[in-house]
Design a protein around this ligand. Structure first.
Ligand SMILES: [Zn+2]
Length: 706
């Protein structure tokens, strides 16, 4: 537009009159810099040495040629291209006076372009929209003169002291503190938190503003900003760029977090000393809110909050994050493919390491942050919405950037060559892919128990007293052998009285048979006798049932040990008899392994004591539904076993869905006791990738409740 060599010397556009030129702090490489302040838009523009001389000599020259001559007297080598570049920069930022019809037309064009692209603008700027609410400069100046003395009191030491004491008190009442935290995840708590957040954040912004005032800077506006749709307060302290002292600028940037930390200290201390009341709850909200927001968000240099700006100013690197991201991606591509592309900006070794470290740590930080937020969103929203938000979060913030980067690799494919770096990358990717895809896993190990399929637990048939206890744990007994003798005094008494009654009736009967009674009376007597006889018979049966005999040969389990004279009732188990020839193994596997299990395949058992079982096992069947409780407490985590479970109403409830697998012995092997251990089951081979997908699918199905 300005390069017009045919029409003689070009005239320079005129610079706006109200621009101010100032020296600035040196840049990250220690080179001197200057800055132009545009008071209309309250913006700063940094100038290098070249820019500075061009700007300074501008008014002394009429044409481009004159200006270049003037500047190049200063031992600089600037050509027409550099000048064009500079003029375009001035135009883009509206630093040039509007004179000609052409300038007006250009501006109009710009306005229409902007209108057309309102949607695009929203898309690009939705990440950060600022709405100024107040122009507080005058008010701040007046207030500052009143609170100036506070800065001299060194109150932050008081705050730190209180904070230290508060911390000790919180540690001493740690249970109360965490208990309060757990109880405060409901609607009214959220309202309290929002209230505390507004107070803390307002104090934070006033911190920035007053420290800015302290160093004589103008605070042009304060208001609301939307950072990725989240409303936050902001204070425009752009004027601080005017300050040459890095310390002063840093103390303005960090003022907000410092205020929050002081509030956190004081609130924690007060929480420790105030008696239990609603004031204490409010203090609790203020303390937790300010701790979390100051320590986790504001001071983190990986989020674009104060910590980031402080770091970027400390290093003297503007736009640290976008620049580091470019360098970080460039570095990654070079390390992967050895493309030999020049870095996005001039780098020395130290700067390169710094930017790559910053970019990569930011990515790792964000990965965990977004995962954390996704999980939180999932737990706090209701099920289906939770899953949708979780997926959106993961796809948009984690998967999409990775896809975009891979897209770049694809576009760069023509530049890729076979070199050492790319060969190493290729081999490593093959290895990783192989490790993921090859079906390695053809065996799974599952917690198991060797147990008796046939067993019987004895209960007394009714309340009774022990007469003889003829068993000891782990004792071998034969079929039919009496084990326990019980006696009921009720039965014995009844038998005794019936026997007496019967004897009396029988005497009457003998007399009757000698003819002393009528036929009717004889009949009645006969009925009476047979009734008493059947009563006696049933009593004798009950007595017989109180003798416990072994129904089959086997071993006595470890049950209660009673002695002669002890009382028992029908609810008390006396002993269990196990059939040693009926050994089986029960193994417990997770739901996702059920479909991979091969029925009829071989397996082996290894006891917890390190001794294998002497026979091979055969997988008989898997029970079709997940178990509701664990029948073998020793397998549950409650008693140090391998299956995660909770104890509820005397039962072990497993945390995951667990299926029971029954395995039989391949060869006959008597067992003498129950034993815990593991079985190695052969399964259909499957790769880590397929297992991972199956695992995630299982979680989705379970969590969505389909
Ligand atoms: Zn801030």
């Amino acid at each position: 537009m300005f390069t017009d060599p045919m029409n003689g010397p070009r005239e320079l556009p005129r610079l706006r009159q109200n621009l101010r030129l100032m020296t600035a702090s040196p840049d990250e490489d220690g080179e001197p810099r200057w800055q132009i302040l545009d008071p209309l838009s309250n913006k700063f523009f940094f100038l290098s040495r070249t820019g500075f001389y061009l700007f300074r000599e501008w008014q002394h020259a009429k044409t481009a040629k004159e200006l270049l001559a003037l500047v190049n007297e200063r031992d600089l080598d600037i050509d027409a291209n550099d000048l064009d570049f500079f003029i375009r920069f001035l135009q883009l930022n509206h630093l040039i006076e509007i004179h000609t019809q052409r300038d007006v037309a250009r501006l109009q064009q710009e306005v229409t372009n902007r209108k057309q692209n309102a949607l695009m603008w929203l898309l690009h700027n939705y990440l950060f929209i600022k709405i100024p609410l107040v122009r507080p400069d005058l008010w701040l100046s007046r207030c500052f003169s009143k609170i100036k003395f506070l800065f001299r009191l060194r109150l932050h030491w008081v705050a730190f002291l209180l904070g230290g004491m508060g911390l000790v008190m919180v540690l001493r009442q740690w249970d109360t503190y965490t208990h309060t935290l757990q109880n405060f995840f409901n609607i009214s708590a959220i309202i309290y938190y929002v209230g505390a957040l507004v107070v803390v954040k307002t104090a934070h912004e006033l911190g920035h503003a007053f420290v800015a005032k302290r160093y004589g800077c103008r605070v042009s506006s304060m208001g609301l900003a939307f950072l990725v749709m989240t409303p936050i307060l902001y204070t425009d302290t752009t004027d601080a760029w005017r300050l040459r002292s890095r310390f002063q600028r840093l103390s303005i940037v960090t003022a907000g977090m410092r205020v929050e930390i002081y509030i956190a200290c004081v609130a924690t201390f007060l929480w420790g000393i105030v008696p239990d009341s609603s004031l204490r709850s409010v203090l609790f909200f203020v303390a937790t809110t300010s701790w979390i927001s100051s320590l986790l968000i504001n001071t983190s240099p990986f989020m674009r909050y104060d910590g980031y700006y402080a770091l970027s100013d400390f290093l003297g690197m503007e736009n640290l994050q976008p620049r580091s991201f470019l360098v970080g991606k460039w570095f990654l591509r070079e390390r992967l493919f050895g493309l030999g592309i020049a870095p996005p900006e001039p780098l020395n070794r130290k700067k390169c390491l710094l930017m790559v470290a910053y970019a990569w740590s930011t990515w790792v930080y964000r990965f965990f942050l977004f995962m954390g937020i996704a999980v939180l969103v999932y737990y706090f929203a209701f099920k289906l919405l939770g899953i949708i938000l979780f997926l959106v979060e993961i796809l948009w913030f984690l998967v999409w950037p990775i896809i975009k980067e891979i897209g770049w690799w694809f576009r760069l494919r023509e530049k890729m060559t076979i070199n050492r770096t790319s060969i190493v990358t290729f081999c490593l990717s093959l290895l990783i892919l192989g490790a993921l895809l090859i079906p390695w896993q053809s065996q799974i190990s599952a917690p198991a128990v060797v147990t008796f399929e046939r067993h019987q637990t004895f209960y007394p048939s009714e309340s009774a007293q022990v007469v003889a206890w003829q068993i000891t744990p782990d004792e071998k007994v034969e079929k039919g052998q009496p084990l326990i003798l019980l006696e009921s005094s009720d039965i014995e008494q009844d038998i005794h009285s019936i026997q007496i009654k019967l004897a009396a009736l029988q005497t009457q009967w003998q007399r009757a048979s000698s003819g002393a009674l009528s036929r009717d009376a004889q009949l009645t007597l006969q009925t009476q006798i047979s009734r008493e006889q059947s009563r006696l018979l049933s009593l004798l049966e009950r007595r017989e049932r109180l003798v416990v005999r072994a129904p089959f040969s086997g071993y006595i389990g470890e049950d209660r040990l009673l002695k002669k004279g002890d009382y028992v009732n029908e609810k008390m188990p006396l002993a269990t008899l196990y059939d040693p020839q009926s050994g089986i193994v029960k193994a417990y596997i997770k739901g996702q392994s059920v479909s991979r299990l091969k029925i009829g395949s071989q397996a082996s058992f290894m006891g917890n004591d390190g001794k294998p079982l002497a026979t091979k096992l055969v997988v008989e069947k898997v029970l079709p539904t997940a178990i509701t409780h664990l029948s073998y407490p020793g397998l549950s985590s409650v008693y140090g076993g391998p299956i995660a479970a909770q104890k509820m109403q005397q039962q072990m409830i497993p945390d995951d869905s667990i299926y029971e697998v029954i395995l039989s012995f391949q060869s006959k092997l008597p067992i003498t006791r129950q034993e815990y251990g593991r079985v190695d089951l052969s399964v259909k081979p499957s790769s880590y990738l397929v297992n991972g997908v199956r695992y995630i699918y299982g979680i989705l199905i379970r969590e969505s409740g389909f």
